[in-house]
Design a protein around this ligand. Structure first.
Ligand code: GRF
Length: 200
């Protein structure tokens, strides 16, 4: 039986750079009533991101803040911060956003920015996590939702999901199985935050 959620939905701004399959899972869970949230905007640093199309199909406002359209990195992040602030989100959700947010941004939304990372943190921070796990002969791999701090993939872990590594796994097969888990745990982490969120 579907569980109905009664408290006020929290507002999310989701930052993406690419496919947006995690964004899609969040939108689907909001639509099916298992996640008490509203995506008030999707912002991408990549104007071609498929995730922008997914958002538009769900009627969510989108913005592209393109690094190439800004003279400096500082200008780019100032614009990004401005855009995010303009939506006054309860929570900023990084869903495949492939940039490291600067100190000023993280400080502005302290303990209000979540990220999903495709490894069992603290193992395999950074890129190419699936291949690195295979190369290391790991038996298990997975994904972590964590709070964002100034340290790359270093903030406190909120929830993890594990998958078993199979002998015939490639980085791609492993990525696909981990992604299935990502789609489950991100909404759970957001819902846990929403449940405890006190609205003013
Ligand atoms: C996911 O594996 C996520 O963990 C990582 O980037 C990927 C984004 O996938 N940070 P998608 O854009 O949500 O499909």
């Amino acid at each position: 039986m579907k569980q109905t959620l009664s408290h006020q939905p929290i507002s999310l701004v989701v930052l993406i750079s690419g496919d947006g399959s995690n964004l899609q899972a969040i939108l689907d869970n909001i639509a099916n009533g298992t996640l008490s949230a509203k995506v008030v905007a999707v912002i991408s640093d990549n104007p071609e991101a498929l995730g922008l199309v997914r958002a538009q199909k769900s009627g969510v406002p989108t913005q592209a803040v393109d690094r190439k359209a800004h003279q400096s990195s500082a200008d780019f992040y100032a614009e990004l911060l401005c855009q995010v602030e303009s939506f006054a989100p309860d929570l900023v959700v990084l869903a495949g956003f492939m940039r490291i947010l600067p100190t000023q941004f993280v400080a502005r939304f302290a303990h209000k920015i979540m990220n999903i990372h495709p490894s069992l943190l603290p193992k395999y921070k950074g890129l190419n996590t699936h291949q690195r796990a295979l190369d290391a002969g790991e038996k298990r791999h997975g994904a972590t939702v964590h709070w964002v701090t100034e340290e790359l993939d270093g903030g406190e872990s909120i929830i993890q999901a594990e998958v078993e590594i199979q002998p015939d796994d490639t980085a791609e097969t492993l990525r696909q199985r981990v992604l299935v888990q990502e789609h489950k745990i991100y909404s759970r982490a957001i819902q846990a935050f929403a449940k405890d969120f006190v609205q003013c």
